[in-house]
Design a protein around this ligand. Structure first.
Ligand SMILES: [Zn+2]
Ligand SMILES: [Zn+2]
Length: 303
């Protein structure tokens, strides 16, 4: 290990004190063991999970990190607000860090590479003081909107608002159900950073270890097609074929019919067909083999 890499890894440790609120969110749902859960609570938990997962995948990820489609300024703010109810930090923080993941995938500079360990990639990096600040240079295109900068600063407001609404509507059980769905939502989202670079199949040659999984695509509303996504990042759909279920894209399609979003980018037939692992050495699966630069000419779309 080089000295600079050693220095880099030394300050990559979660800070327990700063992690207390995050740990409390995980412990709060245990209260449901005392209060019990009714069928309506379970339904509410599922709605809170998938409703917010949509905002994360379609908003934080496909729009703010990758600009895979367009929408007006009010819709942009509403999308950012909805995604911020997930309590996964600010919109500009989220998108900027994700752009860094694509820029440095599976290298020493990849913030959450599973090569640094499963738990680090899953949750450790989020609790590390080194990565608390927003990388403004990486998100100049959206930091020109003052309302997004404001929301990025007060990113806990939407989550507190939703939690308070759950309490008003459902009392103590409503609030505990909010914490349960928030905890499940954390790990559904985080599994893309951890599991989807470790587990699943690869269709496209990329310089990273990204993988595709039908199961994770169901849990994350389409984000499980992570190898597709690393291969070609700029599309609004991540399921590239009809059997690759991508619920976020289906909803975005409906929103485009209603005029709420527009210009959904999808891959061309030529993009779908090239760089198959069946035709080229695959660096992600067999790191000891080099990938010809010609085989990577289409890598990553336009980001
Ligand atoms: Zn991405
Ligand atoms: Zn990835």
């Amino acid at each position: 290990m080089s000295e600079s890499t050693g220095d880099c890894l030394r300050d990559e440790r979660p800070l327990l004190l700063k992690s207390v609120p995050f740990i409390l969110v995980h412990l709060a749902p245990l209260g449901l063991l005392w209060t019990g859960m009714r069928a309506t609570d379970v339904l509410w938990c599922v709605l809170l999970y998938f409703g917010r997962m949509f905002f994360i995948t379609a908003g934080f990820h496909r729009y703010f990190a990758h600009r895979a489609y367009k929408m007006g300024r009010l819709m942009q703010f509403l999308m950012a607000w909805g995604a911020s109810t997930s309590c996964q930090k600010g919109v500009l923080w989220w998108a900027a860090h994700h752009r860094a993941h694509h820029r440095y995938s599976d290298t020493d500079r990849d913030i959450h590479s599973p090569k640094k360990g499963f738990w680090w990639s899953h949750v450790g990096w989020i609790l590390c003081p080194k990565y608390q600040a927003t990388d403004w240079d990486a998100i100049k295109d959206f930091s020109k909107f003052p309302e997004l900068v404001w929301l990025n600063k007060y990113h806990l407001l939407p989550g507190i608002g939703l939690g308070a609404t759950c309490y008003l509507l459902g009392g103590g059980r409503g609030l505990l159900t909010f914490f349960l769905s928030t905890t499940l939502l954390y790990h559904g989202t985080f599994s893309i950073n951890s599991l989807m670079h470790l587990w699943g199949r690869r269709r496209y040659v990329t310089t990273d270890t990204s993988r595709n999984s039908f199961l994770l695509a169901l849990i994350t509303m389409g984000e499980g097609w992570h190898n597709n996504h690393h291969y070609y990042q700029s599309t609004a759909n991540q399921g590239f074929f009809w059997w690759e279920v991508d619920a976020s894209f289906y909803l975005l399609k409906v929103m485009s019919w209603l005029g709420l979003v527009r210009d959904l980018r999808t891959p061309s037939l030529a993009v779908l067909q090239r760089q198959r692992v069946t035709e080229h050495p695959d660096v992600g699966m067999r790191p000891e083999r080099a990938v010809p630069s010609s085989a990577l000419s289409a890598h990553s779309g336009e980001g």
